[in-house]
Design a protein around this ligand. Structure first.
Ligand code: ADP
Ligand code: MG
Length: 448
């Protein structure tokens, strides 16, 4: 459950979402339309599922309502599904709805999942070092140089976010006076860009540098984003120099952060790099037992071992499998026995075996770049279409057994030499262009 009304909070989620929506509109419609229609919009508030946006003229209001409301709602819904309606008002009406004076200023929100505590974190061989260093950071009154920064490294779904948020919650409990900021790196970037656009960079800096403990999740996200990582470096330096605690989570180690400045990598490695590796069978069954107890699930021991043995990828999938099995089996038989677990799991495993087709690759790539599949296979040469097309051809070559002529054929009847050229081009770009390499990696993970 998301616990929204926390004062640990430092960023305002709605404002941040609104800026992401604006970014997306900018990206979709280009500079000219953005300047004409979106620039004068500002967010009033978000309440009861309605996001209210204001502008200064009725003309802009009507135009935005007529032409862009759907997109705004769509983009917003992707970030916060509780928003179901967009209202655009003019500033004149705004005066009517002005809030009574001396109403407290809304505290900004942060998403801390209240399940993500140390108490709910099950310890095993693969995570004990990360766990104990996280616990030490959270419970030490004074910062220990050897643990600063604490850098938690691990593949997706192994408990990094859980540990970061556990540190935040434990610190708040033990040292209520400490100022804590937990922020995903993606948010750091959007907040930073927003501050730049609105000339509020000083207050952005102040807010970040004014904390006792800064926790940045998924730092790999800003690797290669030059100005953002530069700003992050300054924040990091200031905090470390002042002896404030910094905790970072990442899916790779500091040295493996491609595109990240060497100075940053080096400073990130000054403290402790604690790795969470794949959970062994013992840890997997202990985590299952913990969840079973917490959720009061009626399940046979044999079924627990069976799930633990079969879902080995990561903890998130392990939990997902348990939930599905529990829901289905309870409905059918009232408890979870081995036969039922086997049945459901077989289905789950089968549904995971996906056949990769060229059509599927084209769809994923087109969606990713927000172009249509027709554009993707067209002959258009503009970069924003041609590059995705080359990526799709590259993925088709790498992920399917189709021949070059067959691939060419599926891309609107292109010659096989075009396919070869595309594959080579993308192979080159993966080495030199961080955006392309990230996009390819993301798409690949999604398709495979
Ligand atoms: P990551 O941030 O590394 O991708 P998360 O922290 O989101 O992974 O963890 C994924 C899920 O697995 C969460 O629901 C989390 O509570 C759970 N989880 C991971 N490790 C453990 C653990 N050691 N004990 C209990 N739950 C865990
Ligand atoms: Mg995470």
């Amino acid at each position: 459950m998301l616990n929204k009304a926390q004062d640990t909070a430092i960023y305002d989620e709605n404002a941040s979402n609104w800026h992401i929506v604006l970014e997306k509109l900018h990206e979709k419609y280009g500079d000219e339309i953005y300047q004409s229609w979106f620039k004068s919009l500002s967010l009033e508030d978000v309440e009861a599922g309605i996001a209210t946006i204001s502008t200064n003229t009725r003309f802009i209001r009507d135009w935005v309502l007529l032409n862009y409301k759907k997109d705004i709602l769509l983009f917003w819904g992707e970030l916060d599904s509780s928003v179901i309606k967009i209202e655009v008002i003019t500033n004149s009406r705004k005066i009517e709805v002005v809030k009574p004076q001396n109403q407290p200023i809304k505290q900004s929100n942060i998403l801390l999942d209240d399940r993500f505590t140390f108490e709910n974190f099950v310890i095993g061989e693969s995570n004990k070092i990360a766990y104990s260093s996280a616990m030490e950071v959270a419970t030490s009154k004074k910062v220990k140089a050897g643990l600063n920064p604490l850098f938690i490294k691990g593949k997706v779904g192994l408990g990094k976010t859980h540990l970061l948020q556990a540190i935040a919650q434990k610190t708040r409990e033990k040292f209520p006076a400490k100022k804590i900021l937990y922020m995903p790196a993606e948010r750091f970037m959007f907040e930073f860009i927003k501050a730049l656009q609105h000339k509020e960079i000083m207050s952005f800096k102040d807010r970040l540098r004014n904390v006792d403990i800064l926790l940045i999740d998924d730092i790999q996200f800003i690797a290669g984003k030059e100005t953002t990582q530069e700003e992050f470096f300054h924040t990091l330096n200031t905090l470390l120099d002042e002896g404030k605690q910094v905790v970072i989570a990442s899916d790779r180690s500091p040295t493996e952060l491609i595109g990240m400045d060497d100075r940053i990598k080096s400073r990130l490695g000054w403290g402790l790099v604690a790795e969470i590796s794949n959970a062994d069978n013992d840890l997997r069954s202990n985590i299952l037992k913990h969840r079973i107890q917490a959720q009061n699930i009626n399940i046979e021991d044999e079924a627990i071992s069976f799930i633990a043995q079969n879902i080995t990828s990561n903890i998130r999938e392990l939990e997902g499998a348990l939930n599905k099995i529990a829901a289905h089996c309870n409905m059918m038989t009232g408890n979870v026995n081995i036969a039922c677990a086997e049945n459901i799991l077989k289905d789950l495993l089968r549904s995971n075996i996906r056949v990769i087709t060229i059509a599927n690759i084209q769809k994923k790539v087109a969606d990713y770049y927000k172009i249509s599949q027709n554009e993707l296979i067209s002959n258009r040469r503009s970069r924003n279409i041609a590059r995705p097309r080359q990526i799709a051809m590259y993925l088709a070559k790498k992920l399917t057994t189709k021949s070059l002529p067959e691939i060419g054929h599926k891309f609107g009847g292109k010659d096989h030499t075009t396919v070869i050229h595309s594959v080579k081009k993308i192979e080159e770009l993966i080495k030199s262009d961080i955006e392309i390499s990230e996009a390819v990696a993301k798409l690949r993970a999604e398709i495979e």
